[in-house]
Write a protein that binds this ligand. Structure first.
Ligand code: NDP
Length: 312
């Protein structure tokens, strides 16, 4: 299979790139990856995507974006990218379940990032029923409730502060005796009367009949001072970092220390001419659906221009 533009990933970045690339007559092919529709399919209502005054179901939003991309002729493929060869154009991309690699004049990597979880069995059980990895997405549902944020970095502090503006009580569960976050963020959470930071504390499990009701915690685990205790909470927010899904591209594409794909200034271009990145896989800072969609648009416009200037 040959295509002018191969898009890898099916979140807001991938589908937006597909809408633009197909309207530019690039006849794009999109490979959807392990979680078709991306991270938004794991949330309930998305209330901060412009154009939906009443909010929109995450799955519905992604289905609409997909339909819009298909309407203009994007060819959809289910599968995982297992290998790439970006050493020469056309680029060769191997996809699970396909006999031959897809040969692409340009590639847009929009594989997103995956929130890190603690690995507790209960995290999956209460997913969408109290457990979340995105305070900006789901915090609103915890107005006047009690919540906990796990992590001690800048994200955890920002999320705790945001949640404190909505919730009645916010705990921060921090495994060390100090916060990793910047000083200014530390000061903000430590001086916020609604936030209690539980230092030297780890989560052992979650409990609740149908929805989340609380967490089992341990302070000073493995020491003489070890102490088990519970907190009653309605929401449990993970903020222990995201892993960009960039592993399969790293032989060719430059990434930063955390694995986020490096892009050029004012561009979505990677270090490989004709290969672009969009969305969370290249965004360590914002990680919002609308930002991902915007960068998907940029990547497709750049791919179109690149093909015009570099015909094969
Ligand atoms: P970080 O890696 O900075 O912090 C992760 C936090 O989670 C740390 O406190 C870490 O603990 C904790 N953690 C990791 N794994 C576990 C675990 N298994 N159990 C319990 N706790 C765990 O990630 P962030 O997402 O906070 O930030 C990523 C980058 O983005 C950073 O460079 C940050 O500065 C930046 N950022 C900047 C912002 C801003 O400037 N406004 C806003 C948000 C992020 P420990 O410290 O013990 O390792």
């Amino acid at each position: 299979m040959n295509t002018k533009c191969l898009i890898i990933g099916s979140g807001p970045a991938g589908y937006t790139a597909a809408i633009y690339a197909s309207r530019a007559n690039l006849s794009p092919v999109l490979v959807d990856g392990p979680q078709p529709g991306g991270q938004l399919t794991t949330t309930t209502t998305v209330e901060n995507f412009p154009g939906y005054p009443q909010g929109v179901d995450g799955n519905q939003l992604m289905a609409d974006l997909k339909a819009q991309a298909e309407r203009f002729g994007t060819e959809m493929h289910s599968g995982l990218v297992t290998a790439v060869d970006f050493s020469k154009r056309p680029f060769a991309v191997t996809v699970s379940g396909m006999d031959e690699p897809i040969m692409a004049e340009t590639v847009i990597i929009a594989t997103g990032a995956s929130a890190r979880y603690l690995g507790l069995p209960d995290e999956q059980k209460y997913m969408g029923m109290g457990v979340s990895a995105c305070a900006t997405c789901d915090g609103f549902f915890y107005r006047k409730k009690r919540v906990a944020v796990v992590g001690g970095g800048d994200t955890a502090c920002e999320e705790a502060e945001y949640l404190a503006s909505l919730a009645e009580k916010v705990y921060m569960i921090v495994r060390k005796d100090h916060l990793r976050a910047s000083k200014v963020m530390q000061q903000r959470v430590l001086s916020n009367p609604k936030i209690t930071v539980l230092f030297n504390t780890n989560t052992l499990g979650l409990f609740g009949e149908e929805v989340l009701e609380g967490a089992h915690l341990v302070e000073y685990r493995g020491t003489e001072r070890e102490q088990l205790f519970d907190i009653n909470i309605d929401g449990f927010f993970l903020a222990i970092g995201h892993n960009p899904n960039s592993e399969v591209f790293k032989t060719y594409v430059d990434t930063d220390a955390q694995g986020f794909i490096k892009i050029k200034s004012h561009s979505q271009a990677t270090n490989v001419d004709g290969v672009y990145a969009a969305g969370d896989v290249c965004d360590p800072v914002f990680q919002q659906a609308i930002v991902a969609a915007g960068t998907g648009c940029r990547a497709a416009l750049e791919a179109e221009r690149f093909i015009l200037n570099n015909p094969l």
